[in-house]
Design a protein around this ligand. Structure first.
Ligand SMILES: Nc1nc2c(ncn2[C@@H]2O[C@H](COP(=O)(O)OP(=O)(O)OP(=O)(O)O)[C@@H](O)[C@H]2O)c(=O)[nH]1
Length: 509
């Protein structure tokens, strides 16, 4: 009899559900490991995308700005510009003089904003920049001073009112070794930044005044990305109105005061990658790259790893699919086990007493005999019991009472046996026990205990006032003995017990 065959219904169901639970736990665990691995790979990919976008953007910005500076210097060196800068009074750039510069300005798609003299007094101001001068005087002065000292300063300007962004080149005007003023040139951004931001990442530039704008094809959108202190995102951000954060997610990225940016990793290029917990479920990478030649400029590249979520959702669906199949399989197995034990009980179990029947004995006896032959246990004993004068019980009290008595005797035998004693209803009112492990003396003691237990049954006296008794034949199997011989011997011993007066045990080794 194999391990599985030896299981009863309860044990088989327990085994089935435990194994499936174990399998589910293992499956979930390994799936979770896969999940984590995939997430890691996607994270790395997002980091790489952000880094390469940042490097590409940085390169392009350098090229564009260098060109602008070269062309701006050419404008600053024009005699008309020099002539205006050397004046003390406000002047006008006449149309015919302007035509000299026109070609150069068209080249850079720009316009002269103002020309200042050495004392930073504005000598010429284009009409459309009147507002710019009046609202940003302090900032303009800062950039003019810087340009006068360093020869040039490229300023990124963001107008909060109109939400427009511009890049202004502040260029010193020299006359020989002498500094005579500065010219400010406005560049058209949409042409300047074309091709930037074509990739999935969003590229922003932030100035030292904590203002940022998005760069991209025909899509230069400012954002209020406000960092405290310098434009470094390492610093804690300032508060921004929460309602604004819901306004337009695509073009405005509001980073609230409680969203501090933590350095996630620093790459081999010295690029800091930040994780922003509240954006895109923490998967958004912000790469920040200082643009070193420019005062406080910071290149910011956001990459949201949306693909990660798509692929993880697929993984999750797959896991749910497998778990559903496991559940269905276990439910089918559960049904099968219950069905199997119902059929088995109909085949092997005696319906009246609930004990094993003769079919069971015939089927499993060979297994018991072979394990005894292999020496897995030393003693194989057999007890054959018969209820005394049972015919008169039937005759006196009727068949129903007879049946009741049979059930009570069977129960008494069961409660007084060990779990590995095999208990059978052998015939009508005959019971048989195959007992392994008991030596001859303890086998006799066991038989005597059973006889006494039946004799002492009180409940049976409700139906049969004199009670019932059993006669018992006891023997054990000789080494390698044919089991039929053992059964015939025990049969003879039972007959002897009957003959010697009933309610007794007769035994022979
Ligand atoms: N009520 C009931 N009686 C049964 C069942 N199976 C067998 N019997 C009866 O058990 C009785 C057996 O009687 P006998 O074999 O003559 O022997 P006895 O009366 O027990 O006498 P001894 O064995 O000599 O002590 C018969 O009357 C059978 O009808 C059963 O399932 N239910």
């Amino acid at each position: 009899m194999t391990f599985v065959q030896r299981l009863n219904k309860k044990q088989a169901l327990l085994l089935c559900w435990s194994l499936s639970a174990l399998f589910t736990v293992f499956f979930m665990f390994f799936h979770w490991l896969d999940f984590m691995e995939e997430q890691k790979q996607h994270d790395q990919l997002a980091d790489q995308i952000a880094e390469s976008a940042a490097i590409a953007a940085q390169e392009r910005i350098h090229n564009v700005l260098n060109n602008l500076i070269v062309l701006s210097k050419l404008i600053a060196s024009q005699p008309e510009v020099k002539a205006i800068a050397s004046q003390q009074q406000e002047a006008e750039l006449s149309t015919d003089k302007m035509s000299h510069l026109k070609i150069l300005l068209e080249e850079i798609k720009g316009a002269i904003v103002l020309i200042a003299n050495r004392d930073q007094k504005v000598i010429l101001l284009e009409d459309e920049y009147q507002g710019y001068l009046s609202t940003n005087a302090q900032e303009i002065n800062y950039h003019l001073t810087k340009a006068m000292n360093d020869g040039q300063n490229i300023a990124f300007f963001y107008d909060k009112k109109t939400e427009s962004s511009d890049i202004y080149a502040y260029i010193r005007i020299d006359d020989g070794p002498e500094t005579i003023g500065a010219v400010v040139i406005d560049f058209s951004l949409s042409s300047t930044w074309q091709n930037l931001g074509k990739h999935s990442s969003k590229v922003f530039i932030a100035n030292k005044f904590n203002e940022a704008m998005r760069l991209g094809t025909n899509n230069i959108k400012p954002i209020n990305l406000i960092f405290s202190g310098h434009a470094s995102p390492q610093a804690q951000t300032k508060a921004t109105p929460p309602e604004a954060s819901q306004a337009d997610h695509v073009h405005r990225l509001w980073i609230n005061a409680n969203q501090s940016l933590h350095i996630h990793q620093t790459s081999q290029y010295g690029i800091n990658v930040y994780r922003i917990p509240q954006l895109f479920k923490g998967r958004t990478k912000l790469v920040s790259l200082p643009i070193s030649e420019h005062d406080g400029w910071q290149l910011l590249v956001f990459t949201d790893a949306e693909n990660v979520f798509e692929s993880l959702a697929k993984e999750r669906d797959e896991a749910l699919y497998v778990l559903t199949i496991i559940l269905i399989f276990v439910l089918i197995l559960d049904r099968f086990i219950r069905y199997h034990f119902t059929i088995q009980s109909l085949t092997y179990i005696d319906a009246l007493t609930g004990l094993n029947n003769r079919t069971h004995l015939n089927l499993f006896l060979p297994h018991t005999i072979s394990t005894h032959d292999r020496g897995e246990f030393n003693h194989l004993g057999v007890l054959l019991m018969d209820i005394d004068k049972f015919k008169s019980v039937n005759d006196t009290y009727g068949h129903d009472i007879g049946d009741k008595v049979l059930r009570m005797v069977a129960q008494t035998l069961k409660t007084n046996s060990r779990t590995n004693d095999l208990l059978y209803r052998y015939g009508g009112e005959e019971f048989l026990i195959l007992s392994n492990g008991n030596d001859y003396d303890s086998l006799n003691a066991f038989a005597e205990r059973l006889r006494l237990a039946v004799e002492s049954m009180n409940e049976v006296k409700i139906y049969v006032p004199d009670g019932v008794t059993i006669s018992v034949g006891v023997t054990e199997r000789h080494p390698k003995e044919d089991p039929l011989k053992m059964f015939s011997r025990v049969d003879g011993l039972l007959y002897k017990a009957k003959k010697n007066g009933r309610n007794r045990v007769e035994s022979e080794p």
